[in-house]
Write a protein that binds this ligand. Structure first.
Ligand SMILES: CC(C)(COP(=O)(O)OP(=O)(O)OC[C@H]1O[C@@H](n2cnc3c(N)ncnc32)[C@H](O)[C@@H]1OP(=O)(O)O)[C@@H](O)C(=O)NCCC(=O)NCCS
Length: 189
């Protein structure tokens, strides 16, 4: 059975993964949600106004009461800046599988933060929540996302043509990755 634990504080060498707060809305908007360079890689497009982001942050904050809501803001220990977000979602009680999603603000790309956050959340999912399999998919024109999945041990299982249509009405082929609990444990030893 999945052991739901909500969204506890997680710490890595350089990051604090913590709940998003209402007061974060402007940073969320400025740092990634309003930025096409980040959001073009996701299904939902960039926010045009901070009011949209306030609504989204309100929605996120209201869900923290549920133990099966796992959505972390990614904060830099050194500066206290909120640089992105990562979540576990689509929990399936039949299989005990779920998915992972993440975004890092453009200014902070290619510093290893995405890999560090993903590694921490995968570890939490397998070692503390007892997830059976964690999956993710990235657009094939977004290879950096595939790179971080491989760096944390996820394995590409296939490619799906036109798996999504993004906010700009473009169909995207997606590479689908997964990691089984048993393989995570095997590779950790
Ligand atoms: C995907 C994303 C989270 C990566 O975050 P990040 O903090 O830059 O990740 P890291 O720095 O840990 O690693 C990025 C890796 O991708 C590599 N990379 C970057 N651009 C690349 C490209 N065009 N082709 C191949 N590899 C690339 C980097 O070299 C790095 O690998 P390395 O450490 O071996 O050199 C970030 O780019 C992002 O938020 N993108 C937009 C949102 C998104 O794509 N979300 C995921 C949807 S599936």
């Amino acid at each position: 059975m999945i052991n739901y634990l909500g969204t506890p504080l997680l710490k890595t060498d350089r990051l604090v993964l913590r709940k998003i707060e209402l007061s974060d809305a402007q940073s969320v908007f400025d740092h990634w949600l309003s930025d096409d360079r980040v959001m073009d890689n996701l299904i939902k497009g960039a926010h045009k106004s901070v009011l949209e982001t306030i609504e989204r942050v309100n929605e996120i904050v209201s869900k923290y009461d549920s133990q099966d809501f796992c959505y972390w803001g990614i904060e830099l220990k050194a500066s206290g800046e909120l640089i992105g977000a990562i979540d576990l979602f689509n929990f399936d009680s039949m299989t005990e599988n779920c998915e992972v999603g993440y975004s890092i603000g453009y200014k902070w790309w290619n510093n290893g933060y995405g890999t560090e956050a993903l590694r921490a959340v995968i570890q939490f999912g397998f070692l503390h929540m007892n997830i059976h399999k964690i999956s993710a998919a990235h657009n094939t024109d977004n290879p950096a996302s595939g790179k971080i999945m491989r760096k944390v041990g996820m394995v590409q299982e296939g490619t799906f043509k036109h798996m999504i249509r993004n906010a700009k009405n473009h169909y995207k082929d997606c590479a689908v990755y997964g990691l089984l609990h048993e393989d995570y444990i095997k590779n950790a030893n």
